[in-house]
Design a binder for this molecule. Structure first.
Ligand SMILES: CC(C)(COP(=O)(O)OP(=O)(O)OC[C@H]1O[C@@H](n2cnc3c(N)ncnc32)[C@H](O)[C@@H]1O)[C@@H](O)C(=O)NCCC(=O)NCCS
Ligand SMILES: Nc1ncnc2c1ncn2[C@@H]1O[C@H](COP(=O)(O)OP(=O)(O)OP(=O)(O)O)[C@@H](O)[C@H]1O
Length: 232
């Protein structure tokens, strides 16, 4: 199985690119969705986060007040690191199971959309790595527009992540998303052809079909050896 890493910065356009992958029939495992499940009321992650940050981060429904928690963690490095530490094991386990589900369905190519791919060092598990890059000016503008944030809040969120220029330098493939949606789609089509190229031997062995072929060959090998022993 080929596990393509999709990353970028906040509001750089990862979800927009993810949607193009989904529309082309490529399954996407989204770390933000997994992280949202980790904070669902009553879950293990929710309990740990509420114990650490207090009941004041809860809404009257006892769900986490996400904008409030966001305000806290994006304006304090230590609080953000604490939240990351509490949630990381749940997010990695959740991602692992989502990838296994796709493997069991026989997916040959999947995309994992992980905003913090490099920060959490998951880049070593994914190839190729696609970085959706925008200039800081475009990033701030789109973030303020999409989430209705002040410039200060938007800057805090951007500064909480590794710089997009550094991420770009670590990419195998860069999508420059400063232009229009049509420009983005054109670049996406090139990326799609790149990731749909035939699997390498290693990727084939990691796919369900590859694993079954190896298992089948081993069983056949054992059977043939037994037959030969019996005959001798
Ligand atoms: C702080 C929370 C509650 C704010 O929720 P909110 O709904 O406002 O934002 P959402 O979850 O949609 O995230 C939006 C973007 O913020 C950025 N972001 C989220 N968490 C972090 C973080 N810990 N550090 C840096 N950037 C982050 C990502 O680019 C993400 O795509 C939420 O982001 C969260 O639970 N973060 C911790 C989990 C995490 O690390 N998620 C990233 C998955 S790798
Ligand atoms: N090429 C583009 N032209 C204009 N607007 C765009 C373009 N690409 C994305 N956008 C808009 O920019 C905003 C951010 O895009 P998107 O939500 O895909 O980013 P993201 O990287 O997934 O963000 P996050 O890290 O917060 O999850 C959205 O409002 C989206 O509609």
């Amino acid at each position: 199985m080929r596990i393509v890493g999709l990353t970028g910065g906040i509001a750089s356009g990862k979800s927009t690119v993810s949607n193009l992958f989904k529309a082309s029939g490529i399954p996407v495992v989204d770390a933000d969705v997994v992280a949202r499940n980790v904070l669902k009321k009553g879950s293990g992650g929710w309990k740990r986060v509420v114990a650490a940050f207090g009941e004041e981060i809860l809404l009257p429904s006892r769900e986490v007040d996400r904008p409030k928690l966001g305000q806290l963690v994006f304006s304090s490095d230590s609080k953000r690191q604490l939240l990351n530490k509490l949630m990381a094991p749940y997010i990695s386990t959740g991602m692992f199971w989502e990838i296994i589900k796709q493997w069991a369905k026989g997916a040959k190519v999947i995309v994992v959309d992980i905003p913090l791919l490099f920060e959490v060092k998951m880049d070593k598990w994914t190839r190729p790595i696609v970085v959706v890059w925008v200039s800081q000016e475009t990033q701030l503008k789109r973030l303020m527009e999409r989430d209705g944030l002040s410039e200060e809040d938007a800057r805090n969120r951007v500064m909480a992540q590794m710089s997009l220029d550094l991420k770009r330098s670590k990419a195998d493939v860069v999508i420059d998303n400063n232009g229009s949606l049509d420009d983005l789609k054109q670049q996406f089509n090139n990326v799609l052809s790149e990731i749909r190229r035939p699997l390498t031997w290693n990727e084939l062995l990691r796919s369900r079909q590859g694993a079954f072929s190896v298992l089948g060959s081993v069983i056949l090998g054992v059977f043939v050896c037994k037959q030969l022993n019996i005959g001798s």
